[in-house]
Design a protein around this ligand. Sequence first.
Ligand code: NAD
Length: 280
Amino acid sequence: MTTIAVIGLGTMGLGIAQTYAAAGFAVLATDAAADVRDTALQRLRARLARRVQAGKLAPSDLDALVSRITLVDGPEAMGRADLAIEAVVERMEVKRALFAALESVVAPDAVLASNTSSLSVAAMAQGLSRPQRLLGLHFFNPAPVMKLVELVAHPGSGAAALARARQLTERAGKTLIPCPDRPGFIVNRCARPFYGEALALLEEGRCADEIDAAMLAAGYPLGPFGLIDLVGADINLAATESLAAAMQDHPRYHVFAALRRQVAAGDLGRKTGRGFLFPE
Ligand code: NAD
């Protein structure tokens, strides 16, 4: 049976694990934080139970999906993975160390993928003995719901690895769009002005609720602050800083003080219970 490994079970990783398990793959999953790892299946069950209650999932399918996910202690127990996807903290040195650990246990033709939002996949491949097997698979939040996955090739990514990642991820119901290995890829780059203008308005004295209400009424499915609260202000800040650095601090990618203050205060959005829009 084809096995998918997922490392990091926070906002994105748990959703990615769910996505492949729902498609019938065997999933190996881990997180460096024992509490996150130990509560992962419980959190997933709670999330799926809401779908059962809404009549969108049969109870037997919930059990089958969860039973396909096996929690393991760390990457060293993921040797049978055909595709290993990391969704750990957005820090280059952490991701590099993880891929080095994975590379030493997986089969030579296994594919390694990063869910990075903003880091260079080429830089991540440096130091790997088989850089051709590394690529970016950038899922969107919430991963089980959002169709798009940006498929990021660095100059050394191999055709076989790209084709395999595409095939397995399409089997999980996703639409893959090839993207350049440039900060922000396509979607996050296009989204910067959306966030930036909203933060500029906030700094000019408008309130976040009002700005989001206007954008919702204009037909956007989510306002800019609702989206930052969903994604995490820390993740949003990391992506903005990465783009600003890569674009030589072009004003289009300005990092607004309001976003920095939010992160410094620990008000990261849904994951911390405090964000731009809540508590009310
Ligand atoms: P998160 O903070 O919710 O979760 C990260 C998890 O990784 C944590 O549970 C942490 O304990 C774990 N972790 C950290 N270092 C680890 C290691 N060495 N080994 C194993 N586990 C480790 O973060 P997130 O929002 O899920 O983001 C994860 C990645 O996905 C980042 O690269 C981010 O840029 C990217 N991403 C995030 C979003 C989003 O909307 N949040 C969307 C697309 C991509």
